[in-house]
Design a protein around this ligand. Structure first.
Ligand SMILES: Nc1ncnc2c1ncn2[C@@H]1O[C@H](COP(=O)(O)OP(=O)(O)OP(=O)(O)O)[C@@H](O)[C@H]1O
Ligand SMILES: [Mg+2]
Length: 347
């Protein structure tokens, strides 16, 4: 069943936490809400869960209008950031709890709990209390508890943020594999762009209670529409241009060529560091500028270079080169190329 969110508004007193949010989530999709602290991610998740009442708007799951369904009847699985397991119950009891509430029979519960523990690879830890489990293990139990009743939607609010980097990466892969296997529509809140990019089918970038841009990770990375999205998803060189009388953008004293029918409607263009070309001094052509190398940082698999066009010495272009073989030295005279196909117009 597809989830459809239309015009959701949520106010807390004078503050508008959600400002007319609309969104479609196809069945079986893994969605990430991504954005800085306070942008409304948790609020939107809580509205979907039914834990918070929207001031306006509509949420539908398939044919069902959720605004008429209380939280407990929605059959959604929810996992929060902090370990929300019952501290006085074993892992197995924690997983069983929701099934007992739903009136499952004893044998059905036993069977389900066993299957869940196996699924999260904690079969040997069934009788441990949360305090006897590691952080990663506790979040796995919380996940098992959420998916045990076969929810129609899985809602995760920064479930990995309290874990250390290595466990976090393992769990990312595990959660995604589990979600694919069960085919369960999942929404995960995160403010970690790498987490969103590596896990999601669909990323919803939020800013100030609004959706800034939504799309597949590759599309958001390749074609961000705003400076905010460009900076939030990876690194982006921002280039300030003047617009010439003929409409062409001018940078460092030279008109820039854009791809196809693209028009410089704003004065900011963006280009990813890996898309900038470093050429020998004297190279000429469209979008090629004489430049000087300012900085070289060797990072093993890549080398980060900063170079300034000689006609725009205050602009520092970040350039990423693979490996070290081709790296220049600080002070080298070079040329930088800004390929038209990689230049983005940002609002
Ligand atoms: N119960 C509440 N009462 C008043 N204001 C609230 C309440 N819940 C959230 N807010 C406000 O609404 C805005 C959005 O909060 P929300 O928790 O959704 O942000 P978030 O994107 O989840 O941030 P974070 O990444 O820090 O968790 C914030 O300005 C917050 O202070
Ligand atoms: Mg939050």
């Amino acid at each position: 069943m597809d989830l459809s969110i239309r015009g959701i508004v949520k106010r807390f007193g004078p503050l508008t936490a959600l400002d007319s949010v609309s969104l479609d989530v196809p069945h079986g999709t893994f969605v990430c809400f991504l954005g800085p602290s306070g942008c409304g991610k948790t609020t939107l998740l809580r509205v979907i869960a039914g834990l918070e009442l929207a001031d306006a708007g509509e949420i539908r799951l398939g044919e069902r209008d959720l605004s008429r369904t209380p939280a407990r009847d929605r059959n959604f699985g929810v996992v929060f950031q902090s370990y929300s397991l019952f501290p006085n119950m074993s892992a197995a009891k924690n997983i069983a709890y929701g099934l007992e509430c739903r009136g499952w029979s004893k044998p059905a519960i036993a069977e389900r709990v066993e299957a869940m523990l196996k699924l999260i690879q904690l079969a040997d830890h069934a009788h441990k209390l949360p305090a006897q489990l590691s952080g990663g293990q506790q979040q796995r139990v919380a996940l098992a508890r959420a998916i045990a009743p076969d929810p129609s939607l899985l809602l995760l609010d920064e479930p990995l943020s309290a874990l250390d980097a290595k466990v976090r990466e393992e769990l990312r892969t595990e959660i995604r594999a589990l979600q694919r296997r069960l085919g369960i529509t999942t929404i995960m809140v995160t403010h970690d762009q790498e987490e969103a990019m590596s896990m999601a089918d669909l990323v919803i970038v939020m800013n100030g209670g609004r959706i800034e841009q939504a799309g597949r990770p590759v599309d958001l990375y390749a074609a961000p529409q705003t400076t905010f999205v460009a900076n939030f998803m990876g690194r982006m060189n921002l280039i300030s241009v003047n617009i010439a009388a003929d409409g062409r953008p001018v940078f460092a004293g030279m008109p820039l060529t854009l791809a196809g029918t693209a028009q410089a409607t704003t004065r900011t263009l963006g280009i990813r560091p890996e898309a900038v070309w470093l050429l020998p001094a004297g190279a000429e052509g469209d979008n090629i500028f004489p430049a000087t190398v300012r900085e070289v940082v060797f990072l093993g698999n890549i080398t980060r270079v900063a170079a300034s066009p000689d006609a725009a010495p205050d602009t520092r272009l970040a350039i990423e080169l693979h490996g070290a073989a081709t790296a220049p030295a600080i002070g080298d005279a070079v040329a930088v190329a800004l390929p038209a196909a990689a230049l983005r117009v940002l609002t």
